[in-house]
Design a protein around this ligand. Structure first.
Ligand SMILES: C[S@@+](CC[C@H](N)C(=O)[O-])C[C@H]1O[C@@H](n2cnc3c(N)ncnc32)[C@H](O)[C@@H]1O
Length: 370
């Protein structure tokens, strides 16, 4: 529980500000002595641990709207287990994440959604404004961010866009900057990268007594990695301008992730670095709080055929990503490994087609009003 997170960095971005060929200005901002919260209480342990969805939802709902965390009844992590969170090895995490992107239709599904639906969703965010402020939380290497920006540019031609990115991984920021440098038509966009976690950003803003408002905030596939999901949503929701939108993408409650994690989440290494949560959990929270939102289900799959060949390197990396466990194949007890492999083949998780196994990676998009 005390191992440092891969993203609890404290250094300023090492990449110098640069101007891309399209003229987009890239400004790197360093973080100011932000700290990750230390999971010192039962609540913190509960928050960071996979747990039965129902209990988790109640917990999240109550936490979001101000009631104390119910007592945690989860099994305590076994200190003897050699299994550890994948997030304790940032390099392997990024390697497995990139392989996941390669083997899945994750970004293709998001691209289709952005192409078809985003224009309608952002139709009014910049009305009457000379500058549109966009905040990307956990923007990664920027693939999806740049697509979103192109849609905002198309909807509001000539308007200046401030695109701030909160991203704790220096490696991801480096890749994001490379992408910006290679992309044309970014003349009206000013990029600012904050090499820090969502919580560090919030703490820094509070310390500086700033509460900058935004016209569009997105958190795409990142809420698993914050310690306090309700507080994070609450904070960023409070930063929305009157016409703004907060967009969250997470795995869908109908995905194979839900089946796998509901059944085996408590057997995967307990840690405070990653929480299993689906868009269904977020929706339940928002519904009970009466917060208006729209929902879209995006079909997506991942080819996990290699997971069923013992010793296959890609298969091992994908298993790590699926279980959020470092070297799952080598460190999981044989019986757990056998059961997880069997589970992954079942129709609740995957579909067999043309001799391949496709894991259900459906995504849920939640768009919240101010
Ligand atoms: C699964 S990736 C998603 C990246 C990108 N949004 C995409 O969909 O391709 C999650 C990203 O969240 C970042 N991240 C992890 N913990 C975070 C935190 N506490 N606050 C903000 N971002 C975080 C990671 O560095 C990573 O780039």
């Amino acid at each position: 529980m005390t191992s440092p997170g891969p993203f609890s960095n404290s250094k300023t971005s090492s990449v110098l500000p640069r101007r891309g060929p399209g003229g987009g200005t890239a400004v790197a901002t360093g973080k100011v002595a932000g700290q990750e919260r230390v999971p010192s209480t039962a609540a913190a342990l509960c928050r960071g641990s996979p747990r039965p969805r129902e209990a988790q939802t109640t917990y999240l709902k109550e936490e979001l709207w101000g009631t104390a965390c119910p007592s945690c009844t989860l099994p305590t992590p076994s200190m003897a287990s050699p299994m550890r969170s994948l997030l304790t090895d940032p390099a392997r995490y990024l390697q497995s994440f990139r392989l996941f992107l390669e083997k899945s239709t994750e970004h293709q599904s998001m691209r289709e959604f952005i192409e078809k639906e985003l224009l309608t969703l952002i139709a009014s965010i910049g009305n009457g404004k000379s500058t549109i402020n966009i905040l990307s939380v956990g923007g990664g290497a920027g693939e999806i961010d740049l697509l979103i920006l192109s849609k905002v540019q198309a909807r509001y031609p000539g308007v200046t866009i401030n695109n701030d990115v909160i991203e704790p991984s220096a490696d991801q920021i480096f890749k994001y900057k490379e992408r910006v440098a290679k992309t044309s038509n970014l003349e009206n966009i000013k990029f600012t990268w904050h090499e820090e976690t969502a919580y560090e950003y919030e703490s820094r803003m509070n310390a500086e007594k700033k509460s900058k408002k935004w016209d569009f905030i997105h958190m795409i596939q990142m809420l698993y990695y914050v310690k306090d999901i309700p507080a994070t949503i609450r904070y960023f929701h409070s930063l929305l301008e009157a016409q703004a939108k907060l967009l969250i993408i997470l795995v869908s409650g109908s995905s194979g992730w839900e089946t796998l994690w509901k059944k085996y989440g408590s057997s995967f290494p307990l840690n405070d670095l990653c929480t299993y949560i689906s868009s269904a959990d977020i929706r339940r929270m928002l519904d009970s709080a009466g917060l208006k939102h729209q929902f879209y289900e995006l079909p997506s799959h991942m080819d996990i055929t290699s997971c069923f060949t013992e010793g296959n390197k890609d298969g091992e990396l994908l298993l790590d990503f699926l279980t959020e466990t470092h070297e799952f194949s080598k460190t999981a007890p044989p019986e757990l490994k056998r059961q997880v492999i069997e589970e992954l083949k079942k129709p609740e998780c995957s579909e067999k087609r043309d001799g391949k196994v496709f894991f259900n990676n459906n995504l849920g998009v939640v768009v919240i009003e101010p």
